[in-house]
Design a protein around this ligand. Structure first.
Ligand SMILES: [Zn+2]
Length: 280
């Protein structure tokens, strides 16, 4: 059994009425992906991810993504609070996410968005604490600042998604009850530091994710030269998760079943409500 702890099945890349998402989810199930976690990115897609998770037999998280804070209002924090209360008894609601900080996109590094991201991050950590939920963190050139706030506003752990930091940063997240999300980026030979961490960090700190439709693994990646020659970028879906898991198994010198079992157990530990989610 595999768990995809992060996929945006509601993304427009998956077509009108989620047609491609449903197909991809069925293929993923055939390949042994038992559960997926669908994080929201903004108030306008809360209902979509919730309905989709119910339809596919998966789990979801509610939150405001750092790349969407420029279009979010302060009232959206209250709307998130309300949604977390409204769905308190929905076993498929497993975390607050996707929240965090992005200091890779240049516009987000400048004021006022730099402070605005921090504001949304802090307020959403407070909501996660108040509602007793773990968090799914977007970490891009922001690990130290994310950790600084986690020391001030303690939450019950969660996942540092698409982790790509240093070993010290990894250990700091682990010490705060977080698992680190590894996905398509680790499949590239050029990602030396990331592959080294994937191979050496404690196995009980790792979870797998596709971040579909983003972060395609190397076997789907089409570089700029090939794209300009007319080749289409392959679409990343949860059906790729087992093959990504096999890459992790290879990096650690373990059989894939051992990695599947361990990473799934880790996902259930850091997202405890996921235990009650059975695939339809
Ligand atoms: Zn995401």
């Amino acid at each position: 059994m595999w768990i995809d702890t992060h996929c945006h099945l509601d993304a427009p890349e998956f077509g009108d009425g989620h047609a491609l998402a449903l197909q991809a989810r069925a293929l993923a199930a055939q390949r042994g992906v038992e559960r997926c976690v669908l994080p929201a990115v903004a108030v306008w897609n809360f209902e979509t991810v919730r309905a989709l998770a119910h339809r596919t037999g998966d789990a979801y998280a509610l939150g405001i993504h750092p790349l969407y804070v420029d279009r979010a209002s302060d009232e959206d924090i209250d709307r998130l609070d309300q949604a977390l209360s409204d769905h308190r008894d929905d076993p498929r609601l497993v975390a607050v996410g996707e929240i965090g900080l992005d200091f890779f996109v240049p516009a987000l590094c400048e004021e006022p968005l730099r402070s605005r991201q921090q504001h949304f991050y802090r307020e959403q950590l407070r909501l996660a604490r108040r509602h007793g939920l773990p968090v799914i963190l977007h970490v891009r050139r922001s690990a130290d600042l994310l950790l600084q706030q986690l020391r001030r506003i303690e939450v019950s752990g969660g996942i540092a998604h698409a982790f790509n930091g240093s070993e010290a940063q990894a250990q700091a997240f682990i010490a705060r009850g977080f698992a680190l999300g590894f996905g398509g980026a680790m499949t590239f030979d050029t990602a030396r530091q990331l592959r080294r961490l994937a191979g050496t960090l404690p196995l009980d700190a790792l979870v797998l994710e596709t971040d579909a439709p983003d972060i395609p693994p190397h076997w789907l990646y089409v570089n700029a030269a090939r794209r300009s020659a007319g080749e289409a970028q392959g679409v990343n879906t949860p059906a790729e998760l087992p093959r990504i898991g096999e890459v992790l198994a290879e990096l650690r010198g373990l059989p894939p079943q051992v990695v599947a079992q361990a990473t799934s157990a880790n996902a259930l530990r850091v997202l405890p409500r996921l235990t009650g989610v059975s695939h339809a």
